[in-house]
Write a protein of this length. Structure first.
Length: 160
């Protein structure tokens, strides 16, 4: 989850922070929801918090620089398929950067983690309708970003 929200560079730090928070707060787990829901909530909150801190820092330090997009790791046996999958992952990661944090979290929970809207609402602590809306808006923003990427790619290939 942290990898999908934050990317390769920050996911490890976030994961460590999540487990520190779980360890410190395990006594507060009341069992009103599934443990996985509680864990997702901690993970999403930690990732969003880290992303906000990073955004504020980046605004101060790197106003004009483009964010770095890390290389995904490949594990496919077929080199051509691995290259296509890596390219597709890069496109999705690059597009997700343009999605608002809460919409991105909802989108990742729905389409990458396979959670239901009710589970997403529980994790993000919002009403079901809000969870559905965030997933929908996240999907729309990602599709726009992907379309813009493809348009720029075609323009470059055409020499313009």
């Amino acid at each position: 989850m942290a990898l999908r929200i934050l990317g390769k560079d920050d996911a490890q730090d976030a994961s460590q922070e999540v487990w520190v928070r779980v360890w410190k707060n395990i006594r507060n787990f009341r069992g009103e929801s599934a443990f996985t829901t509680w864990l997702y909530r901690i993970t999403v909150n930690t990732c969003l918090s880290l992303r906000q801190k990073e955004a504020r820092r980046d605004e101060r330090e790197l106003r004009d620089e483009m964010p770095y997009l890390s290389e995904p790791t490949g594990g496919d046996a077929d080199p051509e398929a691995a290259a296509l999958n890596a390219e597709r992952r890069e496109q999705i990661e690059a597009a997700l950067v343009h999605v608002r944090a809460e919409h991105r979290a909802a989108l990742v929970l729905r389409h990458m983690e396979g959670l239901s809207y009710a589970e997403i609402a529980d994790v993000l602590q919002v009403p079901d309708g809000t969870a559905k809306g965030w997933v929908s808006r996240g999907r729309a923003a990602m599709l726009v970003a992907l379309a813009e990427q493809n348009g720029l790619h075609r323009k470059r290939e055409a020499g313009g």
